[in-house]
Design a protein around this ligand. Sequence first.
Ligand code: HEM
Length: 271
Amino acid sequence: MTDTHHDAELNFADRMGYGDYLALDRVLDAQHPRSDAHDELLFIIQHQTSELWMKLAVHELESARDAILSGALPQAFKLLARVSRILEQLNGAWDVLRTMTPSDYTTFRDALGQSSGFQSWQYRAIEYLCGNRTAATLGPHRHRPATLARLEAILAAPSIYDAALTRLHAAGLLADPLRDWRTPHAPDDAITAAWATVYRDPQAHWPLYELAEKLVDLEDYFRRWRFNHVTTVERVIGLKRGTGGTAGVSYLRRMLEVELFPELWAVRTHL
Ligand code: HEM
């Protein structure tokens, strides 16, 4: 029998290997179930892997925002396409968690205390980068200065949608959208009209047209994440209150109505 591994390096005593490069000791040592329940490891890994993908989404969204602001739209398209694929990946991951029944979850739910995804600062970073800037969601991070500063820095800069509006302005389709970035975006008919100009003649405004569709893609995948989450939550805890203190499913259903890029949805009615 031939040895198919004969070229592989087998001695890593004095050089960097796979586990060193990826800091796998730390990553794989970061799961600490608080109960003996079989499914708690699934629950922890599901959240941790989501947070890793969210870390990448924040990284890509910040670059995409900067690329849009500087007018480098083709570069932004590539980054935005990647963020949509990341969300698709997160959407697929719910199928694993859905194998956990209410009977399984109740065996360890008490061990979570008041912890909840509501306190995910990276999820808020993604929301803020997309333009959903609700100040109340900073609350759980006030006791951690470094996290708070990171979120405040995102709020101090334009969102990805604010950046897109500066492109409409640069194209002469919209008055200067200068505004207080920290406040939530207020839907505006003038912005809908500007997007309508783009959609009525894609050839004349191709980069803006492509930007608009990339943003709609992003929101489409984001909505699917929210929908998959609330469906999983209902399947697992029914109408019980959340560990984070909200009413649970009814709160999450309200979140389904959040519109990140409202004029991009409104424009469809006008075409
Ligand atoms: C059995 C699984 C899960 C249940 C029962 C559940 C339950 C809930 C509930 C009830 C809320 C509302 C806040 C509260 O009162 O706690 C919430 C929020 C949230 N959860 Fe989950 N969740 C689950 C899995 C996940 C996973 C895997 C993630 C991925 C990171 C996640 C991320 C979030 C986020 C980001 C929020 C905030 C949503 C918002 O404010 O719009 N959840 N979850």
